[in-house]
Design a protein around this ligand. Structure first.
Ligand code: NCD
Ligand code: ZN
Length: 351
């Protein structure tokens, strides 16, 4: 077997993940714990995770379902609301399994109704976070009706993010699931306290893939796929070896029937093939040597977490993604359903 058909990297982490809850955890947790060492678990449950106590309870439910023998370590986040008590930030900073706070503008995406209505309402919380070194994770889209959906990330940077960083220069900030050239350039221009995660679907697809020849609801996610010049910029950022950009899948399953309907939910369920598709993406760009930094080092370094010690090996060995997975008894369609994927985990018994 030639080197190009095999790659061994330090165990990766997923710095942005939706696991959902209850019976769905039986499917979503092993899909990630089979290969990732840690994951930053999003708090947009119903009701959202708004206290350290809730986060730790959620973490226990997750751990019940991890792959046996895996050392999977879910790192929890709190959902920022206008009313979050700054005391929660203090207790978070004393709790090693709860590591960040997630900012959703109210109404921006799935289960975000109780998100922040005005950034000024949470200044006192953010101030505490900057003081205690707690990272703020941002869903970076404005929600005003008159702003075009394709411009919402750019306008967020201009009107919310840039002023926020100016006001709190010590705050650690991650712009999650970036989708635009504007985000790439903004992050590049900032200090080492500002980083961005990049999903596999924003690297593989642009809005043509979602809209030409008919709407593909399973590619609909937020922030929505953009035009190809933005995709090109994300590709450059992911391959470029800049530690400000790292892996966050934003794997976000929804029931098949809630995606294939007249008002479909946003989210791509990518966990069952996430690392395989990132490997395929880096290989297709002749950049497999850059996979490890992006997938296994830069995120850990940014969060101040130790790099994982274990290794994983991926090999070029095509397999076919199932048409659907069951989340409990709910059929859920994964990324690239029914299509061939070239890379797989070596000796992996899970598929
Ligand atoms: C996410 C979800 O379904 O929870 N959806 C998505 O399209 N990415 C929420 C989010 O991260 O925006
Ligand atoms: Zn997300």
């Amino acid at each position: 077997m030639t080197a190009a058909e095999l790659v061994t990297i330090t165990k990766p982490d997923d710095w942005h993940l939706h696991l959902r809850d209850e019976i769905a955890l039986k499917t979503t947790v092993p899909a990630t714990s089979r290969v990732f060492g840690r994951a930053i678990v999003m708090p947009n449950l119903k009701p959202p995770v708004t206290s350290v106590k809730m986060a730790l309870n959620y973490r226990s439910r997750i751990l019940e379902h991890k792959t046996p023998d895996s050392s999977f370590n879910p790192l929890m986040t709190l959902f920022l609301t206008d009313n979050l008590d700054p005391k929660e930030i203090v207790s978070l900073s004393n709790e090693e399994s709860v590591v960040a706070v997630k900012y959703y503008p109210a109404g921006a995406t799935t289960n975000s109704d109780t998100g922040v209505t005005n950034i000024k309402n949470v200044y006192r919380i953010i101030e505490k976070m900057a003081e205690l070194g707690v990272p703020l994770l941002l869903h970076g889209e404005v929600t005003e009706n008159h702003i075009d959906i394709f411009d919402r990330e750019k306008v967020f940077i201009e009107t919310i993010l840039a002023p926020l960083i100016e006001r709190y220069p010590d705050l650690k900030v991650i712009l999650e699931h970036i989708t635009t050239k504007d985000s790439v350039e903004f992050i590049e221009s900032q200090s080492s306290r500002v980083a961005g995660t990049i999903t596999i679907h924003h690297l593989l697809y642009n809005r043509n893939d979602m809209l030409v020849g008919g709407i593909k609801p399973h590619l609909y996610c937020l922030p929505v796929l953009k035009r190809n010049i933005h995709q090109t910029s994300l590709i450059r950022a992911a391959l470029g070896g800049n530690p400000k950009f790292f892996l966050g899948t934003d794997s976000a399953p929804h029931a098949r029937l809630e995606k294939e309907t007249s008002c479909g939910c946003a989210g791509v369920f990518s966990a069952p093939a996430a690392i395989e598709l990132y490997a395929q993406f880096f290989a297709d760009h002749n950049s497999l040597s850059k996979l490890e930094g992006f997938a296994s080092f830069f995120g850990a370094d940014f969060y101040g977490q130790p790099r994982n010690k274990e290794k994983i090996t991926l090999e070029f060995k095509p397999w076919r993604m199932p048409q659907q997975y069951q989340l409990g008894d709910v059929p859920t369609v994964p990324i690239m359903a029914g299509e061939a994927i070239n890379w797989q985990l070596k000796d992996s018994s899970e598929k």
